[in-house]
Design a protein around this ligand. Structure first.
Ligand code: NAP
Length: 291
């Protein structure tokens, strides 16, 4: 029988754990989300972060800027947030509009406040196997696999994404856990042939229907990170819109050994892991101040 790798139960446990940690703190932690432009998926993710922060007892500030903001103006915003000792963590909501280079902007964030784990210092720690703050989606996928007791060591993982946020850091995290890893992207010649070699398939593309059910084999574990909102936007709400992953869950679920639902798989854990990273940041800052 297919195992459904749901993420809501673990996310709820993490929320309870983080809430009790918050109640023991003298100061209130503050997360700042920097958004440039408008994008339905980004609005959805931010709404989830605002709600989760409220439940945990963390202040979440949402700073929204027009697409016309220059790199220098955004840089000054980030420098101001670095200097403010009341701010524990900063994230730049991705994707950014074309013209703004995320790698360069991330380097302007104090690495101890980089709770997305994308600063070169955090990325280097991940690459060297000494993980400190790692991207929340990657941490969420690792936790999901551990929670559902899916073995990783010695397994062949095929990741469809080479993005800075998901594909590349996930490849490093799985290598750190002794998987054999292949990365696919938009120029990969035959996704079908690559997917056929996998024990674990992770797809993080954002194209519903990318992976038809014929691609999959009975022993495989499927992690669908893709997230697309379809249909008309209703005011500021997301109800009434269909949320799709990169594959058709209903068509694939009885063909494989384990699979994540969308929604309710990786998504809830990404949000919970982001707030876990905020606590890591808080600890790092305390350590660096007292060192
Ligand atoms: P991104 O930066 O645009 O990366 C997408 C990746 O998919 C790129 O590496 C791209 O290849 C690859 N790709 C595009 N078309 C492809 C194709 N036809 N065949 C194979 N690969 C293809 O996006 P992202 O920020 O990483 O996000 C990806 C998806 O994951 C989105 O749906 C996003 O909403 C979702 N997401 C979900 C969560 C969650 O918690 N559930 C968290 C983060 C992201 P190239 O490099 O060649 O362009």
């Amino acid at each position: 029988m297919t195992k459904i790798l749901e993420g809501k139960t673990l996310s709820q446990k993490m929320l309870e754990n983080l809430s009790s940690k918050t109640s023991l703190l003298k100061e209130k932690l503050t997360l700042v989300i920097v958004q440039v432009g408008e994008r339905s998926e980004s609005e959805f993710y931010i709404s989830k972060k605002l709600k989760f922060g409220e439940k945990v007892g963390v202040e979440v500030r949402h700073l929204k800027f027009p697409e016309s903001i220059s790199r220098d103006e955004l840089g000054n915003v980030l420098k101001g947030l670095n200097a403010d000792s009341k701010i524990t963590g900063i994230i730049i909501q991705l994707p950014l509009p074309t013209g703004l280079n995320i790698s360069k902007l991330i380097e302007l964030i104090d690495w101890t406040k980089d709770i997305d784990g994308l600063h070169s210092r955090n990325f280097k720690s991940l690459a060297s196997g000494e993980e400190k703050i790692i991207p929340a989606t990657v941490k969420g996928i690792i936790k999901l696999l551990e929670y559902h007791q899916v073995p990783v060591a010695g397994k062949k993982a095929v990741i469809i994404s080479r993005s800075l946020l998901v594909g590349k850091p996930l490849a490093l995290a799985l290598l750190n856990r002794d998987a054999t890893v292949s990365i696919c992207h938009s120029k990969t010649l035959s996704l079908k042939e690559e997917v056929a070699t996998a024990d674990i398939v992770v797809s993080a593309v954002g194209k519903p229907g990318l992976l038809p059910s014929e691609f999959f084999k009975p022993h495989q574990v499927i992690i669908d990170v893709g997230f697309s909102l379809q249909g008309e936007k209703l005011a500021e709400e997301f109800e009434g819109r269909k949320i799709s992953g990169d594959l058709d869950f209903e068509a694939v679920k009885n063909k494989v050994s384990a699979i994540t639902p969308v929604p309710g798989g990786v998504g809830p854990l990404t949000v919970a892991c982001l707030f876990e990273n905020l606590f890591e940041s808080h600890n790092l800052q305390r350590f660096h101040k007292s060192a």
